[in-house]
Every structure is written in structure tokens, then in C-alpha cells.
Ligand binder design. Structure first.
Ligand SMILES: Nc1ncnc2c1ncn2[C@@H]1O[C@H](COP(=O)(O)OP(=O)(O)OP(=O)(O)O)[C@@H](O)[C@H]1O
Ligand SMILES: [Mg+2]
Length: 258
């Protein structure tokens, strides 16, 4: 990666291959994200963006390559075989990632506050009293402190997505993964979610964001990757990438997004 930033490497993916049956979805992806960087991944539908993101927290497994999070290998390929870290090691590595989905995926039968408390209490075994102050702080941060006792169905899509962000943050992840977090929202609600994400970026949260929001990628990303058909076609710093794309495919894609 051309980035000369010398911060700690938080995520390193090397030669990532993934296929479903006969379909090669990821064809040898390499990328690196340093502490505090925001990596935006863009590209046409079906290019493998979600699959790549989901490999980072093992919602999908890879066939070949390696993934290291903060210098610990989640998976490494030896003798042609992708080998994942074992139980405890793997859980610890995965615990350093938080994910926000297009469809929010909140627990519908739990209040907003309970959604935030669930994983820290169940997964980390913390007491309610140890988590609740932080959970409330996060709700305040995403502008929803007055919605703690609401159920997800009583909230707008934008509010639900901000709860989902707060819920992921409540596990104190080192890297936040976002898969098109505003794509399911009405246009008037995307702004509030992007604002929350911009604030996170400004606080130097390390983020990997699959997005169709070119303005967000342009302003908030430190690095942009353009994928097509399972490959990285072009990448760079947003100022250069958007102002002067080199590849025809990138130019055509960006034209279409306007
Ligand atoms: N579980 C699966 N089984 C089989 N094929 C899959 C599976 N998940 C994804 N694919 C295929 O892998 C390819 C890449 O899908 P992926 O969801 O990663 O694309 P994407 O870039 O995120 O697209 P979009 O912008 O539409 O979200 C597609 O051809 C898709 O049909
Ligand atoms: Mg996708």
C-alpha cells in the first residue's frame, strides 16, 4: 500500500483467496490498515466487498492467504492449507473487531440499552454495573441517550443503525467493520449515521468501510480500494484516487456513481 503512515499495523490481509463452489469471489487480495486509518472499499455489486469484509471477522472463511489482526494471525496458509487460530486465541483475536451490518441486526426483543449490554455481559462476563455506565456514554455519543428503554421497532432506521454502532463499540473493539451501513436507509437518514462515523474517524478509530457513499469515502477515508471481480483494480489516497483515477474500470464506476 502506498500509504507512508508509520502507525501500528492493525490489519494485514495477504493473498486472500475465496471461492464458492466454482465461483472465485476473492482472487488474491492484499491490504493493510494502520491504527487510526479509515479504509473505504468501493466497487460494483458482486465484486466481493462484503465477502472480503466478512473474512476479517470469520463470518466467512478463506481458502488461502493470511489475515493478521494486530500482529496475531487469525489464519495462515501452510502447505497450501488455510489454518485458523485455535479456540481461545481465535476468540481473542475476533474480539478486537466490531461489525455493523446494512440491516442493523439488532436483537428485536431487547431494549436499546439491553442490546448494548448483551455481548459485554454474555461474552466477556462483565457485570451489568461494570458495563452500563459505558453503554449509556455510548448512547449519548450517538445522540440516543433518551432512547435507552425503547425497542428497535420503535426507532427509525437511522436511530437503529446508530444503536448498532454503539452496540459494536460497547465491546471496545480495535477495528470497526462497516458493510454498507447506510444502504438500507432513506436518504434523509443516511446523514446522521455518516455523521456518527465521521466522528469515530475523527477520534482515530480504525475502520474498514464498504460503502456506496462516495462523498464519505472522499472526505473521511485515509485510503480507498476499488474492487472488481474479486481483485483490487486500483487504490490510493482519496484526493488522488477520486481526482485522477487511472484505470478505465475505475473511471467508468465513478462516472456511474455521480
Ligand atoms: N454464501 C454464498 N454462497 C454462494 N455465493 C456467494 C455467497 N456469498 C456471496 N456469494 C457470491 O459472491 C460474489 C460476491 O458477493 P459479495 O456479497 O461479496 O459482493 P459485494 O461486492 O458485497 O456486492 P454488493 O455491492 O451487491 O453488496 C457474488 O457473485 C455473490 O453471488
Ligand atoms: Mg455487499
Amino acid at each position: 500500500m502506498a500509504n507512508t503512515n508509520q502507525g501500528e499495523v492493525m490489519l494485514k490481509m495477504t493473498d486472500i483467496h475465496k471461492s464458492y463452489d466454482q465461483l472465485d469471489v476473492l482472487k488474491g487480495i492484499d491490504l493493510e490498515v494502520r491504527r487510526g486509518e479509515v479504509l473505504a472499499i468501493i466497487g460494483p455489486s458482486g465484486s466481493g466487498k462484503s465477502t472480503l469484509l466478512r473474512c476479517i471477522n470469520k463470518l466467512e472463511t478463506i481458502d488461502k492467504g493470511s489475515i493478521a489482526i494486530k500482529d496475531r494471525f487469525l489464519v495462515q496458509t501452510k502447505d497450501g492449507e488455510a489454518r485458523y487460530a485455535n479456540g481461545k486465541e481465535e476468540r481473542e483475536i475476533l474480539a478486537s473487531t466490531g461489525m455493523v451490518f446494512q440491516q442493523f441486526n439488532l436483537f428485536p426483543h431487547m431494549t436499546v440499552l439491553e442490546n448494548l449490554l448483551e455481548a459485554p455481559m454474555q461474552v466477556k462476563g462483565l457485570k451489568r454495573s461494570e458495563v452500563e455506565p459505558y453503554a449509556r456514554e455510548l448512547l449519548d455519543k450517538v445522540g440516543l441517550s433518551d432512547r435507552a428503554d425503547y425497542y428497535p421497532s420503535q426507532l427509525s432506521g437511522g436511530q437503529q443503525q446508530r444503536v448498532a454502532i454503539a452496540r459494536a463499540l460497547c465491546m471496545k473493539p480495535d477495528i470497526m467493520l462497516f458493510d454498507e451501513p447506510t444502504s438500507a436507509l432513506d436518504p434523509e437518514l443516511t446523514g446522521e449515521v455518516l455523521k456518527t462515523m465521521r466522528e469515530l474517524a475523527a477520534e482515530h478509530m480504525t475502520m474498514v468501510v464498504v460503502t456506496h457513499e462516495m462523498a464519505f469515502a472522499r472526505e473521511a477515508a485515509s485510503h480507498v480500494i476499488f474492487m472488481a471481480e474479486g481483485n483490487i483494480v486500483e487504490q490510493g489516497e482519496p484526493e488522488v484516487f477520486f481526482a485522477a483515477p487511472k484505470e478505465e474500470r475505475t473511471k467508468a464506476f465513478l462516472q456511474n456513481m455521480l
